[in-house]
Design a binder for this molecule. Structure first.
Ligand SMILES: C[S@@+](CC[C@H](N)C(=O)[O-])C[C@H]1O[C@@H](n2cnc3c(N)ncnc32)[C@H](O)[C@@H]1O
Length: 207
């Protein structure tokens, strides 16, 4: 008898990035988003210290760990536990990035050359609510980035495209020398997901 599979499962089975991630041992298909962004934009270099917010299950941590190499360090923070990675240059912490605890823990281990955020809320299906929650996470990641980035450092965060993102872009332009909107190939075309990349952090007095 033929097994009945939901459309979601069928799409996932067909998805080339999902298959590639499985084959290469990456924990998420999202790893390919960071690989593409980094190969174009060069935001993570050997020896860097990188902070990854919303890091579970760990695909971006794996990519960042490879890029920074033995001389670098990667800190991952997620509200859920990240299964330990074999790489000796990765540390993970369980915390809510919207909390002061996450800010404190990241600050203790900073400063960082790059802050990445791929955090996303559990989707409710109510578009406005999901966009508002995603926006909250993007703003929380910016708050942490402003506190822990080195001068000249880079910030990459996920957002759902919408009117409120213009405000976020404007704030990024105040603190960074260059701001871009990216849609990596591995990001599903039907999703309003985008990534904002801000390069060249310029801290201000009192930030
Ligand atoms: C799309 S996944 C990240 C995938 C990751 N970049 C990877 O490649 O494995 C989104 C993550 O955001 C995390 N997250 C959502 N809200 C959070 C919060 N308030 N604080 C910390 N992590 C959060 C979720 O637990 C989830 O692991």
């Amino acid at each position: 008898m033929r097994k009945h599979r939901s459309p979601w499962i069928r799409r996932r089975l067909k998805d080339q990035y999902y298959k590639m991630a499985k084959r290469k041992g990456y924990r998420s298909r999202a790893a390919y988003k960071l690989l593409e962004i980094n190969s174009r934009e060069g935001i993570i270099k050997a020896g860097d210290r990188v902070l990854d917010l919303g890091a579970a299950p760990g695909g971006w941590l794996q990519v960042a760990s490879e890029c920074v190499g033995e001389g670098g360090r990667v800190l991952g923070i997620d509200i859920n536990e990240v299964e330990p990675l074999p790489s000796g240059n990765v540390e993970t912490i369980v915390a809510d990035i919207e909390s002061d605890e996450a800010l404190r823990e990241a600050s203790k281990r900073g400063p960082f050359d790059a802050v990445l955020c791929d955090a996303s809320p559990k989707l409710s299906g109510v578009k406005d609510l999901d966009r508002a929650r995603q926006f909250g996470l993007s703003m929380a990641s910016l708050r942490i980035a402003k506190a822990v980035l080195k001068r000249g450092g880079h910030f990459l965060t996920k957002a759902f495209d919408g009117p409120e993102v213009d405000g976020l872009r404007a704030e990024l332009r105040d603190y960074f020398s260059e701001v871009k909107t990216l849609k990596p190939k591995a990001s599903r075309s039907e999703s309003s997901e985008i990534y904002l990349l801000a390069k060249g952090f310029m801290p201000r007095n009192g930030v």
